[in-house]
Design a binder for this molecule. Sequence first.
Ligand code: G1P
Length: 291
Amino acid sequence: MKKITKAVIPAAGLGTRFLPITKAIPKPMLSVIDKPTIQYIAEEISEAGIDDIIIVIAPGSDIIKRHFGAAPELEKRLLEDGKTELYNIERQTQKYNITFVEQNIPNGLAGAVMCARPFVKDEPFALLLGDELLIKKDGEKSCIKNLIDIYEKTGKSAIAAMEVFGDDVSKYGNMGVGEDFGEYFSVNGIVEKPQLFEALSNYAIVGRYAMDGKVFGMLENLTVKNNEIYFTDALEVLAENGELLGYGFSDDRYDVGDKFGYVKANVELALKNDALKEQTKELIKSLAEKL
Ligand code: G1P
């Protein structure tokens, strides 16, 4: 069975929802506590046992390359000052094997995936959207690791499913639920951001995918709509062919592409951070009394 050895992170969005910060700082560099969101995703990939990462960036995002690159002056200074813990934190940013590729035309998710094609070479790959942080529960496998395992076991592409209700249904791609295999289920249909009455189920597509390499050829052959090809259209074809599986994950998920989701990620991760949790708890309690 084919193995997944590469991961793609589309991270070329303009981040206009976060203006003015995204005027000069690329959105993937926004930090949750002390780490840019893109590094959380690199860590998630590395923990899933994948070494090769392809990050699709917008032109002018050199600061992302700098973040993951060498910093000899800073390292020298930290070592001279005996700050080994900070030195190790800095060194962590350099342990990933990353290929950067620019997406020159902002033509959506499918366009970003196509930019990664020369590096993935039509092999199967993991796809992780940069706007979503998934933090696995202690002692459990992460969502992306489970998706990779499902792909490697079945040879079918696998996507992450999250239950949503009401207005939230229309914010996501939506999947129809077919046969239940216990750990995962077959996806028998896909609609991108449906109105509530068009939804196939309460399962939304979340930004984690384990894809067969054949998706590249499918994307190439899809009809262009509004100057864009839609990644979800390829998922729809896979679903129709019985080649798509869904997996309900247990990781905590934060939509850091949304302002409130971003605030929530900072507060909740502060509560999980040994150095910050007690102070954060006290702050929340005292704020709650005033509400
Ligand atoms: C994309 C996908 C959508 C999916 C979502 C997950 O939409 O097109 O199917 O549900 O990511 O975050 P976007 O959020 O880029 O509009």
